[in-house]
Write a protein that binds this ligand. Sequence first.
Ligand SMILES: [Ca+2]
Ligand SMILES: [Ca+2]
Length: 211
Amino acid sequence: MKSQKRIVMMTVVLLGSAAVSANGAVSGGINWADGVEAYSSNIQNYGGSLMSADAEFWLTGAPDADADGNGYMWHAGDKDYVAGWRSNAPNEFIVMRWDGGISDMPGDDLTISLYAGPNASANVLASTDGLIFTQIGTLGGSTPGYLREEAFDFAGLFSEDVKYVRVARVGNGPNSAMFFDAFGGAVPEPTTLSLLGLGGMAVIRRKRRAV
Ligand SMILES: [Ca+2]
Ligand SMILES: [Ca+2]
């Protein structure tokens, strides 16, 4: 029922001809973050190299740390292209930037790829202007080294496209490290939308017939 509703809503978006601005960071149907806007002084990759302007690629673009693609990030050949915080450094944060912005669409709008220690936790906030941030959810702990994805829905919280996402450390101390691989915004893909649109029409027709 929920998925039917979502498909119908996608149809509405399609009929409303949602505008998608061209963006160099869109690949694989995902609008990957374009830049690292700000970060606290101890942000580093797993190996301990501090974040710098030259290392923004650790966090921008598509996920790239799990080179062999099996979900575990610490195999030989896997890349240390992540950034985050280690066990004891309170108030750490990272702010990611999207030049083209992310629209609030039906369903989830943002996916964060990360791994974390079992005691890790963070708040996730988003902003349209980089000044006022609104909490969109939280991140908890998991098994160290194992990549996971967490999705967030802007769900009517913003009147304009989101251009900044902030992850802010909460849990501090042993086993509370958290490392991020990529931040992806949802994009209404024209071909997918067309197919979903047709599917949505079919759902509407079926529903009408059922009434
Ligand atoms: Ca949404
Ligand atoms: Ca990465």
